[in-house]
Write a protein that binds this ligand. Structure first.
Ligand SMILES: Nc1ncnc2c1ncn2[C@@H]1O[C@H](COP(=O)(O)OP(=O)(O)OP(=O)(O)O)[C@@H](O)[C@H]1O
Ligand SMILES: [Mg+2]
Length: 1001
């Protein structure tokens, strides 16, 4: 080869001023402690990598620490966290050279999680490997970034995200959602032309790129001028116009294509190949034979270490080196850190690999796998999990079924160790596919098919693929002979029972536990106690509290005799909660305290957090809400001392939030609620969070936000039947519908809520739901009266029956009587509207007193408002002032805008002088509903007559205007109210209190 080009690429960076400015800006923000995320998108060869390389140099000069990780194409998707491991390699080296403060500062379990990815993180003291959450690895990585960031800003570049493995994708989501103050600038690149319609990156990008703090940089091809600058720099002399024209016509400004075209034409190649791929191959084909051979080998696994290449190639080392030198000189290959070779451009590697003959390809994979299998050290610093993944990939590509099976199982187990459950599931399922084709499958896999199914089911369950986990667990059970191996079958049934409950199939889950118990040898055992406990807890959560209490007690006694502390702690928790719910409050609280203390003493932080949450729940429900809050606060302190978060920590924090809302102390809430950490996602934490968000929105009267949160809550609750979530969901839906004047929807929500509670022993929840139902009926009855329409008390009576039934249930919580009083008050409103009873302020005043004792200001304020209203209706305006004033103070203190509005509306129309505080500076006084709707006084008059059922002619007569004018007024009013007809307009007028105001004038 003679005419070797000096260089293929431009040494000078061309153009991209705007993009660099954006990336500099991101780094600047990061340095100031605001994490920045930039997604660089563009077609292959357009210049993404070059742009980030330029950024890298600039960031280093600016004093940042830069980490770059590449997603791998071949089998990349099977190797968990590939680019992260790649990026963090420099740290591994640092750790190997000297023990680093960075690693020492991390909690032991974080180190352990990182050590699975990067062995150098392993500390001196061994860490027990527990059931892990993927969150653990993620949080460990975030903690590491945070630690690094204390020294200097961190730039993390993840290249070629279109090839990322699922765990890396999950991590990215986690990072964008959870990085808050880390001085981190994350830059990812991906090929926009690689994202076909069903590419897994698509939905993720769609979501992430809309997140605040995330910028998308779409990289365009070079303009004609930029391209000319590029070739001028390559040639080191101004490029003639006709050359530039010729190249631009073909490359259309794609930087890589331009380079290759230029290289080909200066190689003396006159017939330029048609496609980029042919162009790339043409350059490889012009290499000497050994060089071509080497390039083909590297195309199956790159970057490739020199040592591995030597082991793979049959030629002697001198010849090999000669070939390599040629390939590097022709800029097909480039050398990298750690004695590696890679393609100058990934597209060249892809073209070469794509050009291998089928037999050649599988033989190459087989040789690679065999060599690496025998000498893993040839892979250098690649972590064990990744080597297993790589091996599985190559054996599969080599079509060596037996070894593909063995290596897939190993790769699955390795992925599971680093908590990469999606990859683990994929490897296990691949092994299952191959199983029947391998005679000595068990030996190859190191386990039998049942265990493989069990692993796959667990991985699927943890990866959130519920239906798949059920199918896999059922296949495992079907493959076991219950008579021959009863214990094993019982164990598998227990797992199936869990997955069923996770899938919302509680009943079948319970039945499955029972079947499992039947298989255990008769007599007591820790296994039986555990099953009893799972079943009891499930029943309790399902609202079948009596069964939960009995079953839990049985589990507790057995666990005590078998001396199994974990089951004791859990059982005490279940029994404590259910006994308290059945009315034995002190007994329940004592048990929950014992559970909490035993968990603390046994160093079981997950159970500890759970015991605290449940204890505080019971304290709250028994009317000791302040104490409950204290318990959560103390618990959070205690658990902070523990080096690791547990999956229950966020839930416990949210419990604290819920208590503060109940106590009306909204000022003490942190801005933004504690968000679920990644590992909580499969559990109930997001449900709780969304419930609280919806509740807050409703409290503040933010209708749009409450709608949004309720839609999300409904989605999250799919698959659960537990009253703990069903009741708030339907109750909030009913309240939100009432706020928006959608009475039919409110009624439907109550109906569904009562349906969800049907068959439970949860009297208090039923009472609360019946109260809301009666509130809806009262609103409807008052509206009917205003429209002089008839209404029947039938639904009211049904709801009162529900109340009766719930009252007869055992036990109940402290606020049940107060809610029942509220419910009676609403029933009274209905009867007053029907004209069958006088207004009854006393019942509402009893409710006020009840909620005041419980320190629950919202229902106290609501009841106070109704008490005042009843006094006004009874003609005693003076008696209304005091309760309304107190109600107003309570509502104002917690910012309960909609309630405050109703209170002020009542005060205005009844002309009650409340001491309304001066409006704050810059805030105008709340408008009356009529003002808010923009109704003129004249229109208000007309509306009141419409509400009274008058025709246009009658209105005209009464207000001394023509019928025509009246009709113009009416259509204007309808438009302002956003309603379609007179009846609806009347309803709105009534709801807003306009008709009452008129009546009392
Ligand atoms: N701004 C630039 N100035 C000079 N040369 C550039 C510039 N951008 C790209 N190039 C050259 O074009 C070639 C292709 O660019 P690069 O490797 O960055 O593409 P890419 O978008 O990362 O492609 P892929 O998606 O295939 O990874 C490289 O050789 C690079 O040096
Ligand atoms: Mg690139």
């Amino acid at each position: 080869m003679d005419a070797v080009l000096n260089r293929v690429s431009s040494p000078t960076f061309v153009g991209r001023a705007d993009e660099l400015a954006a990336l500099d800006g991101a780094l600047g923000r990061a340095a100031a402690g605001v994490p920045a995320f930039t997604f660089v998108a563009g077609e292959s060869g357009v210049g993404k990598s070059r742009l980030v390389a330029e950024l890298e140099a600039r960031a280093r000069r600016a004093g940042a620490r830069v980490f770059v990780g590449h997603c791998l194409e071949l089998g990349g998707a099977a190797i968990p966290y590939a680019p992260l491991v790649d990026a963090l390699r420099p740290i591994a080296r640092e750790l190997a050279d000297c023990s680093s403060e960075i690693a020492d500062a991390l909690p032991p379990a974080s180190r352990a999680a990182l050590a699975e990815l990067i062995p150098e993180f392993r500390g001196k003291e061994p860490v027990p490997d527990g059931e892990g959450h993927q969150a653990r690895v993620f949080e460990a990585l975030l903690a590491l970034i945070e630690r690094l960031g204390r020294v200097q800003p961190v730039v993390l570049v993840l290249e070629d995200l279109h090839w990322a493995d699922p765990s890396t994708r999950d991590f990215l989501t986690f990072l964008v959602r959870n990085a808050r103050t880390e001085p981190l600038s994350l830059v990812v690149t991906y090929r926009s032309d690689e994202l076909h319609r069903r590419h897994p990156l698509r939905p993720l990008l769609g979501e992430l790129e809309r997140t605040p703090g995330v910028d998308r940089l779409g990289l365009e091809r070079f303009s004609r001028e930029e391209m000319q600058a590029q070739i001028s720099c390559i040639l080191d002399t101004p490029a003639p116009d006709d050359l530039a024209d010729r190249l631009f016509e073909r490359s259309e400004g794609n930087a890589l294509y331009t380079e290759e075209l230029l290289a080909a034409s200066s190689d003396g190649c006159h017939e330029l190949p048609e496609t980029l791929r042919d162009l790339l191959l043409a350059r490889v084909e012009r290499l000497p034979e050994t060089a071509q051979q080497v390039v083909r080998v590297i195309s199956a696994e790159h970057p490739m270490r020199h040592a591995l290449l030597v082991a793979l190639c049959d030629v002697d080392e001198a010849e090999l080196l000669h070939g390599l030198r040629e390939a590097v000189a022709h800029q097909v290959l480039v050398t990298g850190a750690g004695e590696t070779y890679a393609f100058r451009h990934a597209l060249v590697g892809e073209a070469v690999y794509g050009d291998l003959l089928p037999g050649e390809r599988s033989a190459l994979h087989a040789r690679l796998a065999e060599t690496v299998d025998a000498r893993r050290e040839l892979m250098g610093e690649v972590p064990a999990a990744a080597v297993d993944g790589i091996l599985a990939c190559h054996w599969n590509a080599a079509h060596d079924v037996p070894r593909a099976l063995g290596s897939s199982v190993a790769a699955g187990l390795a992925a599971k160790r680093v908590l990469a459950f999606s990859e683990a599931k994929r490897h296990f399922e691949r092994a299952l596919e191959l199983w029947d084709r391998v005679p000595d499958a068990e030996e190859r896999a190191g386990c039998d098919r049942v265990d493989l199914l069990r692993h796959a089911a667990a991985a699927a369950a943890h990866a959130g693929e519920t239906a798949r986990s059920l199918a896999l667990a059922r296949s495992a059970i079907a493959a076991v002979d219950e008579r021959a191996e009863p214990l094993r079958a019982a164990f598998l049934l227990e797992r199936l029972g869990h997955y069923l409950r996770w899938a919302g199939e509680s009943e079948e889950g319970f039945a499955t536990y029972t079947r499992a118990m039947e298989l255990l040898p008769s007599g007591e055992s820790a296994e039986r106690a555990r099953l009893l406990e799972h079943r009891a807890r499930g029943l309790m959560l399902r609202g079948r509290i009596r069964e939960g209490a009995t079953g839990g007690a049985e589990a507790l006694a057995m666990a005590e005799r078998c001396e199994d502390p974990m089951i004791q702690i859990r059982a005490m928790n279940t029994v404590g909660l259910s006994r308290a719910a059945l009315g034995a409050w002190d007994e329940g609280i004592t048990l929950l305290r014992r559970s909490r203390d035993l968990a603390a003493a046994s160093d079981m932080p997950t159970e500890h957090a759970q015991a605290i949450t449940n204890l505080s729940e019971v304290l709250d429900l028994t009317g000791r809400t302040e104490e409950a809050l204290g318990e959560v606060k103390a618990g959070m302190q205690a658990l902070k001392a523990h080096p690791e978060r547990t999956a229950n920590d966020t839930f416990m924090e949210l419990q604290g939030v819920s208590l503060l809302i109940k106590l009306g102390r909204l000022g003490e809430l942190e801005p933004g609620l504690p968000t679920p950490k990644f590992g909580d996602a499969a559990g109930t934490t997001p449900i709780f969070l969304t419930e609280l968000r919806a509740r807050l929105a409703l409290l503040n009267g933010d209708v749009a936000e409450s709608r949004r949160q309720l839609a999300e809550l409904r989605r999250l609750c799919l698959g659960t039947l537990d009253p703990q979530w069903m009741e708030p969901l339907h109750a909030l839906e009913a309240q939100s519908a009432l706020l928006e004047d959608r009475l039919d929807d409110a009624r439907e929500a109550v109906r569904q809520g009562l349906g969800a509670l049907d068959g439970t022993d949860d009297g208090t929840r039923i009472v609360r739901m019946a109260w809301l139902g009666l509130m809806v009926e009262a609103t409807a009855a008052e509206r009917a009266r205003a429209l002089a329409a008839s209404s029947s008390p039938e639904r009211t009576e049904q709801l009162e029956d529900e109340l009766q039934r719930a009252g007869a249930m055992p036990g109940g919580w402290a606020d049940a009587p107060a809610y029942e009083t509220l419910a009676r008050g609403e029933a009274g409103r209905v009867r007053h509207a029907l004209g069958t009873a006088a207004p009854d302020p006393a019942v509402w005043e009893r409710a006020v007193a009840g909620f005041a004792v419980l320190a629950q200001p919202w229902p106290a304020a609501y009841a106070g408002f109704r008490a005042a209203e009843a006094h006004v209706q009874a003609g005693d305006r003076a008696a209304a002032v005091e309760p309304l004033r107190t109600a107003r103070d309570r509502a104002a203190a917690m910012g309960a805008a909609p309630l405050l509005e109703e209170i002020d509306a009542l005060a205005r129309r009844a002309r009650l002088a409340l001491i309304v505080p001066e409006p704050e500076a810059g805030r105008s006084e709340p408008e009356s509903p009529a003002d808010r709707l923009g109704l003129t006084p004249r229109e208000l008059e007309v509306l009141l007559l419409v509400a009274a059922g008058r025709t246009n002619r009658e209105i005209g007569g009464e207000l001394f205007m023509s019928e025509k004018t009246a009709s113009v007024h009416v259509s204007r009013i309808l438009a302002k109210l956003g309603v379609g007809g007179r009846v609806e307009a009347a309803a709105v007028a009534h709801r807003l209190g306009l008709t009452d105001a008129a009546a009392s004038v």
